[in-house]
Design a protein around this ligand. Structure first.
Ligand code: HEC
Ligand code: HEC
Length: 376
């Protein structure tokens, strides 16, 4: 009952209405002053009401409760204890603008019918999400929490490199050939090979019953191949391939992200992880989550820009094992709003020779006619 506990701190003049509306109904105030005259407006009864001044006074506190429950907050989020007429909280000022906005949206789009409310957007949180969540997790959509005591991004990155085994150990490997399986949410498993060569080539080959499908980045260009043909990869998909293809990603974090913002600890699969948001000029941000206990990068969320909002792809890394002196993840899960799949490796060879042909885009695409290639 935080709302009512708070009400008891209100100045006497306000208690007049408040008690009539709320406290009186709980039977707390035997000596409750009389309710405001029938027909009184909020503007007449309260001290500093602007947007809702013409609202019937007896609907005013219920309106406050509506805001609090729509945003998942208490009264204190917008009000100083005992002085609700003061405008010293940014949230209160924001709420006034939001009310105006809500009225305007409904007037302009819904003939004044109240189809959009605080709850439509806020759905119980103070800061509404802007990105649809990926399958099974809403971290990609959530608003990160700031943390004044967060370490510098450089320190988080340095700890990550140390956790992997240190720069010298990481540089001992310049190619990886990986064999494993891709598991879909529906339980179907498919054999998969991934070839990665420093500094930035990568080919992931999935062996479907009806033929191979590959996602390839040759260091510059990206393309997808399948029995349906070849499709060049551009825009946000290409940016994602650049990140995945960066063989020494851990060592290059500072170069890739000239600007960073460090946020508080969030939960990744139940474990606390430090969120560092990497900012690149003219490109959507990338969220990097470093496990607080191990220092390892356990999640990366990247976004593809659209005119309406961003689409998120979340990659969770797990099962870190030592290979040629440095740790590499033997498992990763890729989640998008429409589904998720997991890659589990059972064999990884370091510094094995990789045929350059793996990364060459087929010269004559075998026809694009029968539908787009499967994208994974
Ligand atoms: C999201 C922010 C927000 C929350 C949460 C909120 N209020 Fe308010 N409150 C406001 C705003 C904004 C006004 C001024 C409204 C206006 O100008 O039309 C206001 C005004 C008031 C006033 C009038 C003060 C005066 O004399 O001018 C009272 C009383 C009040 N709120 C009580 C409450 C109570 C009780 C709760 C919890 C149930 C609550 N508020 C929750 C934003 C909020
Ligand atoms: C059309 C969608 C929409 C509606 C309707 C809406 N809001 Fe918001 N509100 C937002 C967005 C978006 C933000 C900005 C969040 C951010 O800063 O990232 C926001 C921010 C706020 C904030 C500031 C939060 C903070 O501290 O950063 C408050 C308070 C708030 N809204 C209250 C309300 C109230 C009260 C209503 C109903 C009268 C309302 N909103 C209706 C979308 C909406």
């Amino acid at each position: 009952m935080s709302c009512c506990h708070r009400l008891l701190n209100l100045p006497a003049s306000i208690l007049v209405t408040v008690m009539a509306v709320l406290v009186f109904s709980f039977g707390v105030a035997a000596q409750a002053p009389p309710p405001p005259p029938a027909g009184a407006t909020a503007g007449q009864v309260f001290k500093n009401v602007m947007v809702l001044k013409d609202t019937p006074a007896d609907q005013f506190i219920p309106a406050m409760q509506f805001m609090a429950s729509s945003l998942g907050t208490t009264c204190d989020t917008c009000h100083m204890q005992g002085a609700p007429e003061k405008d010293d909280k940014d949230e209160k000022k924001a709420a006034r603008k939001m009310m105006e906005m809500m009225f305007a949206i409904n007037k302009m789009n819904f003939e004044g019918e109240r189809n959009v409310t605080c709850y439509t957007c806020h759905v119980g949180s103070l800061r509404p999400g802007v990105t649809p969540p990926v399958a099974g997790d809403d971290a990609a959509a959530a608003h990160p929490e700031r943390d004044k005591n967060a370490p510098a991004a450089d320190a988080v990155f340095a700890r990550y490199i140390q956790a992997l085994g240190g720069e010298a150990a990481i540089r001992k490997t310049n190619s990886r050939v990986m064999h494993g399986q891709m598991e879909m949410a529906n339980g179907i498993k498919t054999a998969m090979d991934v070839y990665a060569v420093a500094p930035n080539k990568r080919a992931a080959v999935v062996k479907f019953p009806d033929g191979e499908s590959a996602t390839v980045f040759d260091g510059e260009r990206g393309f997808l191949t399948s029995r349906h043909g070849v499709r060049p990869v551009t825009g946000g998909e290409l940016e994602a391939q650049q990140l995945d293809g960066d063989f020494y990603f851990s060592l290059r974090l500072k170069d890739i992200f000239p600007k960073t913002r460090v946020f508080g600890l969030e939960k990744v699969n139940g474990q606390p992880a430090r969120l560092v948001v990497g900012v690149r000029e003219g490109k959507p941000p990338v969220r990097l989550y470093f496990a607080e206990d191990s220092g390892l990068l356990v999640r990366m969320v990247r976004y593809v820009e659209t005119p309406l909002g961003r689409n998120a792809t979340q990659v969770d890394y797990a099962d870190f094992r030592e290979l040629n002196g440095a740790k590499v993840p033997f498992q990763w899960t890729i989640a998008r709003p429409n589904g998720a799949f997991t890659v589990k490796l059972d064999k990884v060879e370091a510094n094995a020779a990789v045929d350059e042909k793996r990364f060459v885009m087929p010269a004559t695409p075998p026809g694009m006619g029968d539908g787009p290639p499967k994208h994974y």
